[in-house]
Design a protein around this ligand. Structure first.
Ligand SMILES: Cc1ncc(COP(=O)(O)O)c(C=O)c1O
Length: 470
């Protein structure tokens, strides 16, 4: 039987090295005890650093996860609830949490919040609301590889890159914005807006006030939309502090002006709370029409009622929420510092960053030539020989070869140390011109007898293991 064009077209981006790396990892996943020579997953922006905080809250609040209110079962109420506007108590808790993360410098109205199954669904829904197939959104590069799927695949929307480069730390400039706009026009694409991630995935940096002002001026002048994907807003662990576009809009007295309705925020609990499996995201828009249209579309990706109930109890515990935000940031800061220090000792530097679950790592000096082919060649060695799945810059549409995104919050400290040591051996082997580096991970792993305890870190089972477990 023939599938539809949509089902078979390649704009999903699943052939990208970003997803291929995950597949390779799944075939041979590292496990401290059962597969110490396996591939360490450093290509997945997961936050497992603060699970204990969530777990201890759950232990102290057993009603929330067991369909109860004040000890009484509300199973039937939750089982039947199907209002696509979402639970009011959950939306209230979400907007308060969003404000708390922004140091209460921006406030949010729960009536302008649309719940979605993760930021993935939020971003796609906004595309369906704001653009026709063949229209374009401008995105600064490098960008999150999933955007090819989320923004383009089912909607038919095109992405036009705003080329940012290492010459100014990958910052957005007026020139880069204007060039992207011209490029779209040359391709006969109607530009509907700009989409940024703040803090950036994969750069791990927050947008400066200057950049936010540039962006607002640009979208104001062109009469287009601005989407700010703020999924990493709670991960900012170093100064400067996070500044949300909503704060700038208010400060610049844009409230209720034309532009006010054309700025939309995407949020999710996948990163800040480390709950990508719960599928909780949101669109926040000042435009009533966008809110109404996105609410209708949210039928295709609702958040289940028991998840909303559980999280409304958790997030409306203000003491817990405040403490979680502070403690989680502290842990991310330590982990980030550990990776940066380890890489530095290996002669590898990172873009200076203050947020996120990853570093943007400069391996240009390890390329055999300044090309994307050489980047792929290096990436394959790192995956297959060193045993680390990291994401090459080309999968993030970076315009310069030699940059890689390396995640640090989805593993134990011991595993991170092991990854750094494997990399060190590899770099030493290159610099002493030993071309045959096969077995680097093998050599290293046999040295690694530091098994301390069987930890609670969750590593994906391979597909085959999962099948066996069924
Ligand atoms: C910038 C960005 N937006 C959206 C997503 C998708 O997140 P979710 O799990 O909430 O769908 C991700 C996930 O990595 C991301 O990095």
């Amino acid at each position: 039987m023939t599938l539809s064009k949509k089902a078979t077209c390649n704009s999903h981006g699943q052939d990208s090295s970003y997803f291929l790396g995950w597949q390779e990892y799944e075939k041979n996943p590292y496990d401290e005890l059962t597969n110490p020579n396996g591939i360490i997953q450093m290509g997945l922006a997961e936050n497992q650093l603060s699970f204990d905080l969530l777990e201890s809250w759950l232990a102290n609040n057993p009603d929330a996860a067991s369909f109860k209110r004040n000890g009484e079962s509300i199973f039937r109420e939750l089982a039947l609830f199907q209002d696509y506007h979402g639970l009011p108590s959950f939306k209230n808790a979400m907007v308060k949490f969003m404000s708390e993360i922004r140091g209460n410098k921006a406030s949010f109205d729960p009536n302008k919040l649309v719940l979605t199954a993760g930021a993935t669904s939020a971003n796609e829904t906004l595309m369906f609301c704001l653009a026709e197939p063949g229209d374009a959104f401008l995105l600064p590069t490098p960008y999150y590889p999933g955007f090819d799927r989320d923004l383009k695949w089912r909607t038919g929307v095109e992405i036009v890159p705003i080329q940012c480069t290492s010459s100014n730390g990958f910052r957005i400039t007026e020139l880069a914005l204007e060039s992207a706009y011209q490029l779209a026009q040359k391709r006969n694409l109607k530009v509907k807006g700009v989409l940024v991630t703040n803090p950036s995935n994969p750069l791990g940096i927050t947008l400066t006030r200057h950049e936010l002002n540039l962006l607002l001026n640009f979208v104001d002048e062109k009469g287009v939309h601005l989407i700010s994907d703020e999924i990493y807003s709670g991960t900012v662990f170093n100064s400067p502090n996070f500044v949300s576009v909503m704060e700038i809009l208010v400060n610049r007295n844009y409230v209720n002006m034309d532009l006010w309705n054309r700025v939309h925020i995407v949020y999710s609990l996948s990163k800040d709370l480390g709950l990508p499996g719960f599928r909780v995201g949101a669109i926040y828009s000042n435009d009533d029409l966008v809110v109404a249209a996105a609410t209708k579309m949210s039928s295709f990706g609702l958040v289940s009622s028991q998840t909303q109930y559980l999280l409304s109890a958790m997030l409306s515990d203000e003491k817990f929420a405040k403490n979680y935000i502070v403690e989680n940031r502290k842990r991310l800061k330590n982990r980030h510092a550990k990776l940066v220090r380890g890489l530095r000792k290996t002669g590898i530097s990172c873009l200076e960053s203050n947020a996120g679950l990853f570093c943007w790592v400069d391996m240009r000096h390890l390329l055999s030539s300044e090309t994307f082919d050489a980047e792929m060649e290096l990436w394959k060695k790192i995956v297959y020989e060193v045993g680390l799945n990291i994401s090459p810059g080309s999968s993030c549409h970076c315009s310069e070869p030699g940059w890689f995104r390396v995640c640090f919050a989805n593993m134990s400290e011991d595993t991170l140390e092991l990854a750094i040591q494997r990399l060190k051996l590899f770099v030493n082997a290159i610099s002493s011109n030993k071309n045959n580096i096969n077995g680097v991970s093998q050599n290293y792993s046999s040295k690694s007898s530091r098994r301390k305890s069987i930890s609670k870190w969750v590593f994906r089972l391979s597909f085959h293991d999962r099948e066996r477990e069924r």
